[in-house]
Design a protein around this ligand. Sequence first.
Ligand SMILES: Nc1ncnc2c1ncn2[C@@H]1O[C@H](COP(=O)(O)OP(=O)(O)OP(=O)(O)O)[C@@H](O)[C@H]1O
Ligand SMILES: [Mg+2]
Length: 253
Amino acid sequence: MSLLGTVPDQRAIIQVEQLSQILITRLNKTIILDNVTYYVPQGSLFAITGPSGSGKSTLLNMMTGIDRPSSGRILFAGQELRTMRENALARWRGRHVGIVFQFFQLIPTLTALENVLLALELGGGGGEKRAKWRERALQCLDMAQVSSFANRLPGELSGGEQQRVAIARSLANDPPVIVADEPTGNLDSRTAHEVFETLTELTHHGKTVIYVTHDRALAAQASAGIQLLDGRIVNRSHAQATIDESSTKEATR
Ligand SMILES: Nc1ncnc2c1ncn2[C@@H]1O[C@H](COP(=O)(O)OP(=O)(O)OP(=O)(O)O)[C@@H](O)[C@H]1O
Ligand SMILES: [Mg+2]
């Protein structure tokens, strides 16, 4: 594909092209994202950093198709998100993206194993037959180093352990990309680093991990990333623009 041909060193799993998000109300116009262009290399540990209000969560939600941009486009493994209808997008998300939240968001009445099984149920099993789902869920818990807590409820686990279960859940349908918005923001520093280690290990299993963090030490571990300020990219590492002429025309049309 010609677009990917312009990527200098590595294949892009996500390309973001001239993305803007502008909110217009009766009284004013707020630019939340301002012409943002970058790519996420496949298999990278990709950090999005920047001060509060700089647009990190907004950008993350657009990369997963949760929010739609005012202009610009996103190619995810070659597929253009804006062409998908809402239902198709939700199904697509279940198969392509695993999401890890700051506050874990596990179902409190379900055990760790059941939380992962529920994700399999909702996401269709990642190509695995139903008879294999339990085994698959246990494998996910194992990958996140919490298989010994399979039968515990979230309330019987520490914050770090709960976040590992949430990581296991994000892996359930075997998505190529894991997205995490401040995944360690609610953990003490030591636990944060341990849980982050688990996230980084996912890249060894071929996953691309995209994370938002305020922690400089965790940001420094990224293999690529961007820094935002007031909705603009002010710093980037191995995430340069990959626009060719045809896509520029397309995006500004
Ligand atoms: N639905 C909305 N309506 C109005 N303004 C919004 C909306 N969503 C986000 N914003 C504004 O857009 C800007 C970017 O918000 P965003 O949540 O992306 O920031 P962030 O970088 O994730 O911040 P934080 O580090 O605090 O999580 C903020 O100024 C926010 O107030
Ligand atoms: Mg945010």
